[in-house]
Design a protein around this ligand. Structure first.
Ligand code: PLP
Length: 459
């Protein structure tokens, strides 16, 4: 019998060897990883994960910003099992449908802001944003304005890894691989006051960053601009919380130039900011709203685009066939997982619990701002960042070799039993929405120890 089929638990080293032999990881230097060996995760329970050496880690990132209800909820496995026993797969193309897709679409229409009453299902956030590009452009074609094709996004935004998603995103390293972005995408500055605010105060900088959108529209020609896409708070870019002046100004600009507003809620949807959607937190009325992650708490892959009445009515009344779809659009098992997840979120009041715990998490997180390494601690809802700097309080002096200190700090954090993510030289958290007060205390204690370890190493 080969090692792979033995019943004996494999050692971590053996698993790492097999991983290195055949597995190319996302967003990873595979050569470097193979030399070091992956951390092998074997279990998850609530806010905790367990690795193959038996270490328990507090999952400060909810996996990848997605496990809203925590790990290991049996009810979801049962719901998926029931669905797969009845109908494991059927598609939603060519005039067919099934009950899980019907139920989920109806439920999403009820939960989402009142003008969003339709959904197009996808398998991920990236597919949702590819769908956005096609929907936006088709919408303006149907409106008799086919020249309106250009979508404006922001530098350092993240909208996924497909060609479309990575083009909409503003990550220069991603653009550098594979000749992106595709034509018809333009970029404006992000509202990142700590990193790019210069001498302006946050409010003045927020207005400045928003008005860059108007300048870009004028520069390209308003008749060519189809939409503006943005995350309410940039997640993967480093939990960039815009100054309060930013979104009101952006809304006015979108209205003035009659361009669609696409609010990417792949991270901020389903309670991350203490309300069901970030759009509610910032008073936004998206024309299209990509969703994924928290829709199923990551238990199975499913995403979608919530479509406003304005856009849906145009497609339904004037559109004819929309030549777009995925084999797994509205996959019945994934819909069942999402439905059960939404039931848990609603019946257990998880979004309200997130709103309740947020002030305590903020208190403990912002207190880390007194650490000598931390130039800024910021948090909104259950998304936070610590900016690590070498010469506090200066915002402009940063570490040489950007990312090196962040990575070192991330590694200390894992050793201290806390999953934090490093984005450049900032440390990021986005814990499950079910985190308790005691777990917040654990998170804060482990984060401070991690900062101390990092500082010791630097001295
Ligand atoms: N949009 C945002 C805001 C994201 O953060 C992500 C993933 O992190 C995506 C889109 C892409 O989602 P997926 O990884 O499911 O394709």
């Amino acid at each position: 019998m080969s090692e792979a089929f033995s019943n004996d638990p494999e050692t971590t080293a053996a698993l790492q060897r097999r991983d290195a032999a055949h597995h190319i990881h996302p967003f990873t230097d595979t050569g470097a990883l193979n030399a070091e060996g992956s951390r092998v995760i074997v279990g998850g329970d609530g806010c905790w994960i367990t690795d193959s050496d038996g270490n328990r880690l507090l999952d400060g990132m909810s996996g990848l910003w997605c496990v809203q209800i925590g790990h290991g909820r049996r009810e979801i496995a049962d719901a998926v099992h029931r669905q797969m026993s009845d109908l494991s797969y059927y598609n939603t193309f060519f005039k067919t449908t099934h009950k899980p897709a019907i139920d989920l679409a109806e439920k999403l229409a009820r939960i989402a802001p009142s003008h969003l009453n339709h959904v197009f299902f996808t398998g991920s956030g990236s597919e949702s944003n590819d769908t956005v590009i096609r929907m936006v452009r088709t919408y303006w074609d149907l409106k008799g304005k086919p020249e309106k094709k250009t979508i404006i996004s922001r530098w350092n935004a993240y909208h996924g890894s497909t060609i479309g998603g990575a083009s909409l995103g503003g990550m220069r390293a991603m653009h550098g691989q594979g000749g992106l972005p595709i034509p018809g995408i333009a970029f404006v500055p992000q509202p990142y006051w700590f990193g790019e605010g210069g001498e302006l105060d946050p409010d003045a900088f927020g207005v400045w960053a928003a008005r860059e959108l108007a300048h870009a529209i004028e520069a390209h020609g308003p008749e060519k601009i189809a939409a503006f896409i943005a995350e309410p708070i940039q997640g993967a870019g480093g939990v960039i919380i815009p100054p309060e002046t930013y979104w009101p100004e952006i809304k006015q600009i979108c209205d003035r130039y009659d361009i669609l507003l696409v609010v990417d809620e792949v991270i901020t949807g389903f309670g991350r900011l203490g309300k069901w959607f970030g759009s509610e937190v910032f008073g936004l009325k998206p024309d299209l709203m990509p969703i994924a992650k928290g829709l199923s708490s990551g238990y199975l892959p499913i995403g979608g685009v919530m479509v406003s009445d304005r856009v849906a009515d145009t497609f339904i009344e004037e559109g004819g066939e929309f030549f777009h779809g995925f084999t797994y659009s509205g996959h019945p098992a994934c819909c069942a997982a999402a439905l059960e997840n939404l039931r848990i979120l609603e019946e257990e009041g998880v979004v309200e619990r997130a709103a309740d715990i947020a002030p305590y998490l903020a208190e403990r997180w912002l207190a880390l701002g007194d650490h000598p390494l931390v130039g800024e601690a910021r948090i909104k809802g259950l998304m936070g960042a610590l900016e690590l700097v070498p010469a506090k309080p200066s915002r402009s002096i940063r570490f040489d070799n950007e990312g090196e200190v962040g990575t070192m700090c991330r590694d200390f954090s894992l050793r201290n039993g806390l999953v934090m993510r490093a984005v450049r030289d900032s440390m990021i958290i986005a814990p499950p929405l079910v985190i308790t007060r005691e777990e917040v205390d654990e998170l804060a204690t482990r984060a401070r120890k991690t900062l101390d370890d990092t500082l010791d190493k630097l001295q």
